[in-house]
Design a protein around this ligand. Structure first.
Ligand code: KIV
Length: 266
């Protein structure tokens, strides 16, 4: 049987050159299924706001909503490390508020680590949290909570922006993070950062050189038909299967072929 993945295991993977695999999940059945697939970590991402709740972006997601998702995932008792994403404004308004909110993710939610978007700007907050033994995964580059500053979901770190992203990644490591997500940056820059850092880099739209990869579960399963970013690989195409199953059910109930005796109690 697979052993429980811990923070030291994730750090060891980089040292031993083993890739770290991460997928998002927001509910109990999905957490069970991706865990059975052998992922090293489950990220309960605030992407839930978009792919689960149907918001335009992640900004409306609240602490209470994230706690609901984290609790559901933790109930699956995954062997994978459970990382709770900190929603917009849960950590931005000061150390005390950030500590309280991150603490809730571990104490009430049962998560084993938190993820915080932001680089040098968030380093003092990340330091305060890691000093209280709450493991933090950083997230730099294209940070979806900064959608308005970026003017959309645009690749970050091109040309003269590259040094800023390097500094951000370094600041996050120095603040005590155990890993850092590199999102939406050029592959060469991600390779430089991966080389520079001792902690694992987890890429999403950051090329193959990262120490690990993360993707949104709805994207790899083909559940989001609206938009599929270039960096996504679809491993299944579930949307038409689900619609077809619903269509067949509707048709059989309407024409009386379901339910039959087989589905009835005597
Ligand atoms: O919210 C999320 O799912 C994320 C990943 C895409 C990195 O932040």
């Amino acid at each position: 049987m697979r052993k429980k993945i811990t923070i030291p295991d994730i750090l060891l993977m980089k040292q031993e050159g083993r890739k770290v695999t991460v997928l998002t999940a927001y509910d109990y059945p999905t957490a069970r299924l991706v865990d059975a697939g052998g992922v090293d970590a489950i990220l309960v991402g605030d992407s839930a706001g978009v792919v689960f709740s149907g918001h335009e972006n992640t900004l409306p997601v609240t602490m209470d909503e994230m706690l609901y998702h984290v609790k559901a995932v933790v109930r699956a008792k995954p062997k994978a490390l459970v990382i709770a994403d900190m929603p917009f404004m849960a950590c931005q308004s000061g150390e005390i508020e950030a500590l309280k909110n991150c603490g809730r993710m571990l104490q009430e939610g049962g998560a084993e680590a938190v993820k915080i978007e932001g680089g040098s700007n968030m380093a003092p907050i990340i330091r305060a949290i890691t000093e209280m033994d709450i493991p933090v995964m950083g997230h730099v580059g294209l940070t979806p909570q900064s959608v308005h500053r970026m003017g959309g979901y645009k690749v970050q770190g091109r040309k003269d922006q590259a040094e800023r992203i390097l500094e951000d990644a370094h600041a996050v490591q120095e603040a005590g993070a155990f890993a850092v997500v590199l999102e939406g940056i050029p592959a060469k820059l991600a390779a430089r950062i991966t080389d520079m850092l001792d902690i694992p880099t987890i890429g999403i739209g950051a090329g193959p050189a990262c120490d690990g990869q993360v993707l949104v579960i709805h994207d790899i399963l083909g559940l989001c038909e609206k938009y599929s970013p270039k960096f996504v690989k679809r491993y299944a195409d579930l949307a038409p299967l689900i619609t077809e199953a619903a269509r067949q059910y509707v048709s059989e109930v309407k024409d009386g072929t379901f339910p039959t005796e087989e589905h009835s109690f005597s």
